[in-house]
Design a protein around this ligand. Structure first.
Ligand code: HSE
Length: 311
């Protein structure tokens, strides 16, 4: 049976969001991964090419996050003997802390699902996308994958069972992400973290996470502002990011609701109550880093509430 080709897009995302290491993330608009999927000429899922990146990403299906996620889904659906070909267009920086491998894995699983007539819901696809992302850093967590797939701000109660929910997004909430062009490997950024948390920090972080979620439900920006403080992960990782605390001070003085590291870094993000504040922070931090000779990209966007979509 002949199936028409199609194109999908999965957005970049900000994981952890200061107070929810491995359990909180939101999707942004603009950067992400695009995949074109078509019938192939030999059985199985094959990768025709990866474009848009100077980094050499694997084109072997089993070693590529998009390929692996798509293939696992094909197996699950009983279509592994079908001939399918994908082409990946990276429209976002790789190794930036913006969930590049997650966006690829989501796009891979989502493309295959759409190609076969969308038999699974996005929630049902989540597992396959996480399986794909896992081959990138070896860890099982959905804080980039879930928002990239489903959009919005996602809270994960349990990564193992992928029990997660979409939180409300207050109107007007904007994010400003700054990506300094330095390389941090997620694996290494995870490896430096201490295995233990003091009781005092556990109490503080729990209070902050609870207030952050309450702030979203109540559309209370004051609660959000008071709660966006990471006392566990940020103090350990800030040393990896040049001028982190100068950037933080600048962003907060411009009126950010909060500022922290995006995922494993090196990107950082500010949550803002409107686009003007987000734009101002972007300009100021771009200048701050440029003055220090650090090239950087700024992404200002609303919270993306849609997630992956088909063109
Ligand atoms: N929660 C993850 C981390 C996101 O901070 O390591 C990056 O994969």
């Amino acid at each position: 049976m002949s199936r028409p080709g199609l194109k999908v897009f999965a957005p970049a995302s900000v994981a952890n969001v200061a107070v929810g290491y491995d359990i909180l993330g939101f999707a942004i608009e603009g950067p992400g991964d695009e995949i074109i999927i078509n019938e192939g000429n030999r059985p199985g899922l094959h990768i025709k090419g990866v474009r848009g990146t100077t980094k050499k990403l694997p084109t072997e299906t089993e070693k590529n996050t998009a390929g692996y996620a798509g293939l696992q889904l094909m197996k699950h659906l009983g279509y592994e003997k079908e001939a399918v070909e994908i082409e990946i267009f990276k429209k976002m920086p790789f190794g930036s802390g913006l969930g590049s491998s997650a966006a690829s894995a989501v796009a891979g699983a989502f493309a295959v699902n759409e190609f076969f007539g969308a038999p699974l819901t996005k929630k049902e696809l989540l597992r396959f996308a996480v399986e794909g992302e896992q081959i990138a850093d070896g860890a099982w967590h959905a804080d980039n994958v879930a928002p990239s797939l489903m959009g919005g701000i996602i809270l994960i109660r349990d990564n193992e069972s992928l029990d997660c929910i979409k939180l409300p997004v207050p109107t007007g909430l904007y994010s400003c992400v700054i990506y300094p062009h330095i390389s941090i490997l997620t694996k290494e950024s995870r490896a430096i973290l201490s295995d233990t948390v003091s009781l005092q920090n556990h109490i503080k972080q729990n209070g902050n996470l609870g207030y952050f979620v309450a702030g979203l439900y109540r559309t209370d920006l004051d609660l959000i502002q008071r709660s966006l403080e990471d006392v566990i992960i940020e103090p350990q990782r800030a040393q990896l990011i040049p001028h982190f605390y100068e950037m933080k001070e600048a962003a907060l003085s411009e009126g950010a609701l909060g500022f922290s590291i995006s995922g494993a870094g090196p990107s950082v993000f500010a949550l803002c109550q409107n686009s003007l504040i987000a734009e101002n922070i972007g300009e100021r931090l771009n200048k701050l880093l440029s003055d220090q000779g650090i090239e950087n990209d700024v992404f200002v966007s609303k919270i993306n509430t849609e997630g992956a979509y088909k063109y």
